[in-house]
Design a protein around this ligand. Sequence first.
Ligand code: V0V
Ligand code: CO
Length: 145
Amino acid sequence: MFMRIDHVGIACHDLEEKIAFFERTFELTVVAREVNEEQGVKEAMLHIADGEGGGSYIQLLEPLGPDTPVGRFLAKRGEGVHHVAFGVPDVEEALETIGGRGVRLLDAQPRHGSMGSSIAFLHPKDVGGMLTELVQAPPRRPERS
Ligand code: V0V
Ligand code: CO
């Protein structure tokens, strides 16, 4: 069902500062940035590797406000790993299968994610405390600049 780890999402207070740290320290490169109003985040993807069906990334997340998933997370827990996202061939199919196995779905339908992907979240309380994201990459990733 899972083809790869698509990304690890990291919550932070200051996106620009964290991007600079990751670039400087780990020699990673930002390949996409987006403000996602629906998810309440400003995010940046730092490329790590390419694989079959899509790449893998670190996703840095800054909340658009305190009353958002990442805003509440920062207030409660501070900066750190917010979610792990797994690449799947078909998000709708994966949701149906995983939901059928008793895991609460935070999204009944796929939503818009980074770089044109389709995403959906699973409740962390049903996945051993890990907020889990399913990612279906678009047919072809946008060219890297
Ligand atoms: C909350 N909890 C977490 C958690 N966030 N546990 C593990 N990892 C997290 N990230 C725990 C929290 O400690 C509570 O447990 C319980 O879940 C309920 O949380 P809450 O404080 O009431 O917080 P809420 O109201 O924010 O609800 C949490 C959920 C919410 C996970 C339901 O954040 C959500 O719907 N998230 C999905 C959307 C999202 O996260 N979007 C941002 C990333 P105790 O204290 O009661 O034991 S956007 C993204 O990744 C994009 C765009 C992309 O990849 O392309
Ligand atoms: Co994510």
